[in-house]
Design a protein around this ligand. Structure first.
Ligand code: G6P
Ligand code: MG
Length: 222
């Protein structure tokens, strides 16, 4: 259940920006090099999942397996392509209404944090020019256990100084929804209700949540 919100924690990929398309291009390029197809449907399984786990899923799709050192090389190769794509991004790629919604929450006195499984999150925030929208940033370099483990969200709550029960997570991936549930936080799913069944509320985008701003205000005295 969503109660009052004193802290808002945002996933990055799929909530603030659509980087899934760049992840897909880079993973597909690797699959092609390895001699198999990787479809957009396969790519759905990578959302919210760490880089190494994504590689495992990709290799499973292609029926291939490699020793750990080769896996690290393959993941690094994919990442160098991905970084080429994201270096070309700018503020025009922020999803409609996302920065405005986060800005409105901040005006209402809600603390904000970013919690992403991506090790590239700081580069993306910098490219989009929105680092200043967050009181705390937790990225893939700071967590040992990636989503669906609640570690990233718990770290974000603690960095904001807000108890987990007063935090709401905004997530587009099933793994992230499960992580938020395990962290004991409210969950707003961003995307299609069919794929976000465990969320307390689902909206197509952050922009569509603006009408709910009054709900974000904290009762006086807390
Ligand atoms: C996000 C994306 C995943 C991606 C992960 C790691 O959670 O949704 O698709 O695999 O970040 O990203 P990275 O930039 O560290 O490879
Ligand atoms: Mg995401």
């Amino acid at each position: 259940m969503i109660g009052e919100m004193r802290g808002a924690i945002f996933d990055l990929d799929g909530v603030i920006v659509d980087t899934a398309k760049y992840h897909y291009l880079a993973w597909r390029r690797l699959a092609t090099q390895l001699g198999f197809d990787f479809t957009p449907a396969d790519n759905e399984r990578l959302k919210g999942v760490s880089r190494m786990r994504s590689l495992e899923i990709l290799l499973e799709v292609g029926g291939r397996s490699f020793d750990p050192a080769t896996c690290r090389t393959l993941a690094a190769r994919k990442n160098s392509w991905y970084v080429e794509y994201i270096r070309a991004m700018d503020a025009r790629e922020i999803l409609p209404g996302a920065s405005e919604y986060i800005g409105l929450l901040r005006k209402a006195g809600v603390k904000t944090a970013l919690a992403s499984a991506s090790k590239n999150a700081p580069t993306i925030l910098e490219r989009l020019g929105i680092s200043g929208l967050f009181d705390a940033v937790v990225d893939g370099t700071q967590v040992t256990n990636s989503k669906p483990d609640p570690e990233a969200f718990l770290l974000a709550a603690s960095a904001m100084g807000v108890p987990p029960r007063d935090c709401v997570v905004f997530e587009d991936a099933e793994a992230g929804v499960e992580a938020a549930r395990r962290a004991g936080m409210g969950i707003v799913g961003i995307g299609r209700p069919e794929s976000l069944k465990d969320a307390d509320l689902v909206a197509a985008s952050l922009g569509q949540l603006r009408a709910l701003l009054p709900w974000a205000r904290c009762p006086a005295g807390r």
